[in-house]
Design a protein around this ligand. Structure first.
Ligand code: NAP
Length: 255
């Protein structure tokens, strides 16, 4: 089966491509540096020729409100139109647990807009909502930093290894379209403020983690259940310590 992975050179995408290849599928990474740009449409029609499934795990280079909205809406429209032309039978996309609960975040509004376009299209689809990647933990701390202080809300937090997310995405991609969504989350649930206080201390990070129930997460205030699955979820196998914990590989820049 030919499966095109949009964003297949990225953190999750490269893992999805590898896993699909290991299972004997023809997995094609589509990204600007492989000649496919979903924003402009460049290379898209050629890449999708003969594909049965398209997996979209791309991400916007800019997280500024208008830029990220434009990225996810324009890219998704372009990809869905190209899929209709190519006769693709399954569109799989990765979104975020709780995105629909946090409209004050421009990034999460854009993810919801992406999902609405997919749900409204004629292409059978599957949506995967994942919690925060372990690899993104350093980026979350940076996003919550003011001077020497990291403000974090005392709410549920259940991060997951990108490898476990990729396993879930690859599994869904080779199955029948859900025409709905599944939630995936890490094997352990923490209190977000306590988690960050411990991780930053273990990393000898000089910043102080302050518990603040009004702390904003990329623009949005959080409630206890904002970032964690509300119901049934597929749980990852790798816990934070096994992944490397505080010393783990954080490919996101600390700014
Ligand atoms: N971070 C989290 O905690 C988290 C949690 C749940 C869900 N997610 C979702 O997971 C997805 C993947 O995240 P990630 O961290 O793996 O992303 P990433 O490492 O930043 O990779 C992004 C990918 O998108 C590609 N891309 C960028 N602009 C493109 C364009 N115009 N056309 C085609 N491809 C383009 C990039 O290609 P180049 O390398 O060539 O630029 C790269 O392959 C995102 O949709 C995100 O919303 C993230």
């Amino acid at each position: 089966m030919k499966i095109v992975v949009i964003g297949g050179t990225g953190l999750v995408g490269s893992k999805v491509v590898a896993k699909l290849g290991e299972h004997g599928h023809e997995a094609v990474a589509a990204a600007p540096n492989t000649g496919v740009n979903t924003l402009t449409g460049e290379g898209l029609a050629d890449a999708l020729t003969g594909a049965s499934v398209v997996v979209d795990v791309s991400n916007s280079p800019s997280w500024e409100d208008d830029a990220v909205m434009n990225f996810f809406q324009t890219s998704t429209r372009n990809v869905l139109a190209a899929e209709a032309t190519a006769g693709v039978g399954h569109h799989v996309a990765l979104s975020i647990v709780g995105a629909e609960r946090l409209p004050d975040s421009g990034y999460l509004r854009a993810k919801v807009a992406q999902e609405k376009l997919i749900e409204a299209s004629t292409i059978p689809y599957s949506l995967i909502h994942a919690t925060q990647f372990f690899e993104f933990v350093a980026g979350i701390a940076d996003g919550a930093t003011e001077g020497n202080t990291v403000r974090v809300a005392p709410v549920g937090f259940q991060p997951i290894a990108a490898d476990d997310v990729a396993t879930a995405v690859a599994r869904v991609a080779v199955g029948a379209p859900l025409n709905g969504r599944i939630d995936v989350a890490g094997p352990e649930r923490y209190r977000m403020d306590e988690f960050f206080r411990k991780v930053l201390a273990e990393r000898n990070d000089p910043r102080e983690v302050v518990t603040d129930e009004h702390a904003r997460y990329f623009g949005a205030e959080l409630a206890e259940g904002s970032l964690v699955p509300a119901g049934e979820a597929t749980l990852g196998k790798i816990n934070f310590a096994e992944w490397g914990g505080a010393a783990g590989n954080y490919p996101v820049s600390r700014g």
